[in-house]
Design a binder for this molecule. Structure first.
Ligand code: GUN
Ligand code: ZN
Length: 426
């Protein structure tokens, strides 16, 4: 693999989450230990050029090299139902989501949607995603196959839903667990792909399916787990009826062995402090999905409580409950929501912190061990080229930014997919 360098302004993240910015930066990439391209060196060009001037560098004047975004929770089959109006989560699932997802039992439909989905991720600068498929194993094959062709780091899994689900998406308890094991064997750890055990949410799985999923998780500690929790009050009341013995909605998953490192729960809005401590103590993480929470009227993630108790979280689009593939829009909504709920100006809402939550912080929460989202030496060479002049207003505002905070905030507040000039996959 040839060495390749890129010279432009450079954004990266330190281990402590601090954003680092070089006006004239150099990013040197080459073969990594696992067979795909990694970052060999990154930092100020003046300091690195003496060692790396033999590597041909592509100059990108006026552009910013930045880590590819990490989307911690997204539904690829819901690409085509963004913006479907409903009173809230449960009617939205009944009326749009389940009927639409049933179409992906057809592999040809799944292939077509998977291609469109991955194009959207790339156009928006997302280079790592943990995605839900549908309950049909072929929908998983379709997405993994398409991601593999593009060399993308992607985790997905077959949705488990063996009750309270209509014909067309409902699976069978025993077969669903057999299918999950088979998909893990076929795909987990193949190149940059990873499997995620995916119970849709507690109301649509029998206790037998949840416990079966937990047993599979125990046999495969490197596999991810993804689901939804504490998103909506109607959903929570339903879980209380279905699992009267459980201390809380979250503890239904704990009782089934589904809380651990690499377990990622979307929303986590209506938790109490005992739940938050359970998240922290088990290493379970939250995928914060502000555009979805606003669109479906679910509520607000409590950043202050999360930071007080100390569990990990990162940002996610949650398309199609979420309204945009753009990480800029997700960061913008996270800022609005955090601002609304904050009792004091929270550091978690500083622009560098928001950006970290959608790059290196999300990679860390996913258990990717520093390989994603920071552009440090040794990390995967997944990066984007940002154009600060993508729109007239963005050009004016970024030209007048006096600090890194102002520059990052200008993108968070004004940018969209037009600002992503190029997405480079390792
Ligand atoms: N809860 C169960 N399924 C879903 C889903 O597809 N989207 C959202 N936002 N919440 C869910
Ligand atoms: Zn979701």
């Amino acid at each position: 693999m040839t060495l390749k360098a890129f010279r432009a302004a450079l954004l990266r993240f330190a281990d402590d989450g601090a954003p680092l910015y070089d006006e004239d930066g150099l990013l040197v990439t080459g073969a990594g230990p696992q067979g795909w391209r990694s970052v060999l060196a990154s930092g100020p060009a003046a300091g690195l050029l003496p060692q790396w001037n033999h590597v041909p560098a592509e100059h990108l004047p006026g552009r910013i090299l930045a880590p590819g975004f990490v989307d911690m929770h997204i539904h690829y089959p819901q690409t085509d139902i963004i913006g479907a109006p409903a009173e809230g989560l449960l009617p939205w699932l009944e009326k749009y989501t389940f009927p639409h997802e049933s179409r992906l039992s057809d592999r040809a439909v799944a292939d077509e949607v998977a291609g469109c989905f991955l194009d959207e991720l790339a156009r928006n600068g997302v280079t790592t995603a943990l995605a839900c498929a549908t309950s049909h194993p072929a929908s998983v094959d379709a997405l993994f196959t398409a991601a593999q062709q593009r060399g993308l780091r992607l985790m997905t899994g077959k949705v488990l839903q063996d009750r309270h689900s209509p014909d067309g998406v409902r699976d069978g308890t025993e077969q669903s667990l057999i299918d999950t094991e088979a998909l893990i064997a076929r795909w987990h750890g193949v190149g940059r792909l990873g499997y995620a055990i995916t119970p849709r949410f507690a109301p649509t799985s029998t206790p037998a399916q949840l416990h079966g999923a937990g047993e599979i998780a125990a046999r495969h500690p490197g596999v991810w787990i993804q689901s939804h929790v504490a998103e909506n009050r109607g959903e929570i009341a339903w879980v209380r009826e279905l699992f009267p013995q459980a201390r809380s909605y979250l503890s239904v998953y704990g009782d089934a062995g589904l809380l651990r490192e690499r377990a990622v729960y979307a929303h986590c809005i209506h938790l109490d402090d005992a739940d938050r401590a359970l998240m922290r103590d088990t290493g379970t993480v939250a995928a914060v999905s502000p555009t979805s929470n606003l669109f479906l009227g679910s509520g607000f993630f409590d950043y202050e409580a999360a930071d007080r108790i100390g569990f990990r979280y990162g940002l996610a689009s949650d398309v199609g409950g979420g309204t945009s593939f753009s990480p800029f829009l997700t960061m913008r909504a996270a800022y609005w929501v955090g601002r609304e709920g904050a009792t004091k100006p929270g550091l978690s809402l500083a622009p560098g912190a928001l950006w970290w939550q959608h790059t290196a912080g999300a990679g860390r929460a996913l258990g990717l061990g520093g390989t994603a989202g920071n552009l440090q030496p040794g990390s995967d060479a997944d990066f984007i080229v940002l154009d600060p002049q993508a729109t007239p207003l963005l050009a004016r505002r970024t030209a007048q930014a006096d600090s890194l905070d102002e520059l990052l905030f200008a993108f968070i507040v004004l940018a969209d997919d037009r600002a992503v000039a190029r997405t480079v996959i390792a």
